[in-house]
Design a protein around this ligand. Structure first.
Ligand code: ATP
Length: 231
């Protein structure tokens, strides 16, 4: 996630309680079950009757319907166009995914999130009007490569291509030093946002706090400076 997604997420209505999910593959099901567990109303649809009944039996959604989402009339009849946010979770059927996205955007659904399964698919989804495109396989691959090459970085939030907030394991070199002694701002140009303590994060820690090996710290700054840390 980065700044380019900001406009989309800011435009989502905070009081929106209802979502429609089209496609009940692994991705669609995980979106449904999470929204459902969080207490939101979810209408799920799939062309495959078996997947629809499984979703209902497993209680991952409140409502599920069998329909072909490439047919605009079927979407209209099911009330999909009345939703504020629709998730098109059809990754492996590019044509169906594109037509479905086009259908919901043409009908005026304000927030459409679509899943891509390739770069070309991602471009096509944007062309037909998807407001936000996710490409989970690509994103997970990038995250894994980063973790493998920098195992001490536990989490990373890209603010833009150059700046990030990262959670990392306190480097051995920092063990036993206070935040003042470390001089992260002068030496690395980084700001320390939090350190972990007893399984919780201490936000804006006191400068006299000593860092401990094995705990975690959260810094914000330029990627080049983050890469200069002794990790
Ligand atoms: P995976 O499950 O492999 O992680 P995924 O979550 O992207 O991938 P797909 O394999 O793309 O899922 O399947 C998405 C679902 O979309 C399937 O259950 C399929 O039946 C459904 N689907 C495909 N075409 C249509 C359509 N025209 N209308 C509605 N649902 C459709």
């Amino acid at each position: 996630m980065n700044l380019s997604a900001l406009g989309f997420f800011r435009s989502l209505r905070q009081d929106n309680q209802q979502f429609a999910v089209i496609g009940l593959g692994r991705f669609g099901r995980s979106v449904c079950s999470t929204l459902h567990r969080l207490g939101y109303e979810v209408l799920a649809t799939d062309i495959d009757e078996k997947r629809v009944s499984e979703a209902l039996t497993e209680q991952i959604v409140g409502h599920a319907l069998q329909l072909d989402s490439t047919e605009s009339a079927a979407l209209k009849e099911a009330g999909i166009f009345e939703f504020d946010t629709v998730i098109v979770a059809i990754g492996n059927y590019v044509q169906e995914s594109i037509i479905t996205t086009l259908n919901v955007k043409e009908a005026g659904v304000p927030h459409v999130v679509a899943k891509a399964s390739s770069e070309v698919h991602q471009k096509l989804l944007k062309r037909v009007g998807a407001d936000h495109v996710v490409f989970p396989e690509y994103e997970a691959g990038c995250a894994l490569a980063r973790t493998l090459t920098k195992p001490s970085i536990l989490e990373r939030f890209d603010l833009d291509p150059d700046n990030s907030i990262v959670e990392l394991i306190v480097p051995d070199e920092f063990h036993g030093k206070t935040i003042t002694e470390l001089q992260l701002r002068n030496r690395y140009g980084l700001n320390l946002l939090a350190v972990s303590h007893d399984g919780k994060f201490l936000i804006n820690p006191d400068p006299t706090k000593r860092l401990e090996r094995g705990s975690a710290m959260v810094v914000i700054g330029h990627n080049k400076d983050i890469n200069r840390l002794p990790i």
